[in-house]
Design a protein around this ligand. Sequence first.
Ligand code: UAG
Ligand code: ATP
Ligand code: API
Ligand code: MG
Length: 480
Amino acid sequence: MKLRELVRDIPCRVTGNTDIEIRGMQYDSRKVQPGDLFFCIKGFATDGHQYAKKAVEQGAVCLMVSEPQEIEGVSQIIVEDGREGMALLSAAFYGHPARQLRMVGVTGTNGKTSTTYMLKSIFEQEGSKVGLLGTIQNMIGDRVLHTERTTPESMDLHKLLREMADDGVDTVVMEVSSHSLVLKRVFGIAFAGAVFTNLTQDHLDFHGNFENYQAAKALLFAASQNSAINIDDPHGDFMRKAAAGKVNTYSAKGEADVMARDIQLGTDGCRFIMKTSGATLPILMNIPGMFSVYNALSAITISFMLGVDMMHIKLGLLAVKNVPGRFQQLDTHGGDYSVILDYCHTPDSLESTLKTVRGFARGRIVCVFGCGGNRDNLKRPIMGEIAERLADLAIVTSDNPRFEEPMEIIGQILAGMKKDNHVVIENRRDAIRYALEHAQKDDVIVLAGKGHEDYQEIRGVKHPFDEKVIVEELLAELGR
Ligand SMILES: CC(=O)N[C@H]1[C@@H](OP(=O)(O)OP(=O)(O)OC[C@H]2O[C@@H](n3ccc(=O)[nH]c3=O)[C@H](O)[C@@H]2O)O[C@H](CO)[C@@H](O)[C@@H]1O[C@H](C)C(=O)N[C@@H](C)C(=O)N[C@H](CCC(=O)O)C(=O)O
Ligand SMILES: Nc1ncnc2c1ncn2[C@@H]1O[C@H](COP(=O)(O)OP(=O)(O)OP(=O)(O)O)[C@@H](O)[C@H]1O
Ligand SMILES: N[C@H](CCC[C@H](N)C(=O)O)C(=O)O
Ligand SMILES: [Mg+2]
């Protein structure tokens, strides 16, 4: 694409030759190829402008900058805000794929991944080809693509949306993390639908305080034509006020546009009656827990607003199997205890998972958990308190320590624990071994926090660590 064409509708100033051909785009100098445009992004760790020269040496023919560079022989696109510029330029470069797609975004502290899986299934019932973007993986129909981020960088996002549109996808359901909203990864995208699941403590390391975290989430509703809002959440009203388009609320407790009544929670699933002012619909799902009722309500509300008929919604929810690593029951090969793998890594999700288990457990609840390093440290003692209150035995261990000292993280978790129903085993494999070795009849062992992850990140290195595999190996080792 010619530079002149690329910048036609972008608020910017251009210096140098605009007749050049832009072959590709890159925001990491280490990946620049000849003919690329290099985005200079000011980051937290470093400033992309520092790598402009290197990018040009590697063949970049154009730079996008917020601070003009004194480099000869290269065109420069000068923008106010680098991240906004990157979002707009990459959308234009890839031919505005989001405009061809029905874009549905899901945000909230917990339940994003689970809700996107429900939505994918609902839209597929309707006959749509669905693209999915989120924490576990990206998908084009049934084709799975690896992902590093919950919400990709804008340039990667538009590239992927182009691939989806070209592959016949008509609807995209995506998790929109609060990081991505602040860092403008979805800037400029007009969403057809947006979902608010809930807002509880997490990511205060990044946002600084809860108000900023809330304001970040609200950005999605300002960019959507339709918003489905959980009005049982104390922050639902804030999201409703921030919404620019039509709003429908949902509730499992009181009055709302979409309500759940006669909720029945079972070991393997849940059922409820969905009620609106004009309709009722019995819903059955194979995923347990009150949080699944909320996630289903959010999916129902937005699909209803987008015109999906009731029967497709009902069948779509019925078809959703376990979302990988979310309340996933592992095989204990005939053992008289059970093991549940769950991605609860926030106070609220740990609480809702342990309460769900409490609802059906006949024996002890044993909770193996830790907290991730280089993430919100205020949640650590809170999660310690929740684990000792709701589990019979807590095994405090490591999650992804990243660049922190595991025992320091554990110390901060223990600061919230006043009872003595816990043991500390820093090595996570040994912690799981301990739980399996000491499992008693009817125990429910909850492996909390890492869910679908197949690695443990220590000092920048991702070591293989798939808890499904580890449980298999340990059961064989222990002869259980
Ligand atoms: C806090 C955060 O999100 N940071 C993201 C941000 O990093 P940054 O702004 O600090 O970038 P930086 O390292 O200072 O670099 C600035 C620029 O220089 C470039 N650079 C750097 C070095 C070099 O040699 N050459 C070069 O060109 C970089 O590519 C970048 O463009 O921009 C980077 C480039 O896109 C991201 O990789 C990085 O994600 C980091 C790794 C991260 O861990 N993000 C997590 C917290 C995140 O985004 N999580 C959410 C999920 C949260 C949830 O579950 O709710 C997500 O959506 O995944
Ligand atoms: N609506 C909900 N309310 C509270 N907890 C929930 C809810 N939905 C799921 N959970 C719990 O949170 C965990 C994570 O769920 P999920 O992966 O769907 O959330 P997420 O918002 O995508 O998380 P992340 O920000 O890490 O991507 C689940 O394993 C479950 O324990
Ligand atoms: N998207 C979340 C995932 C956390 C998963 C947990 N296992 C941890 O490492 O803290 C984050 O990046 O904060
Ligand atoms: Mg997720």
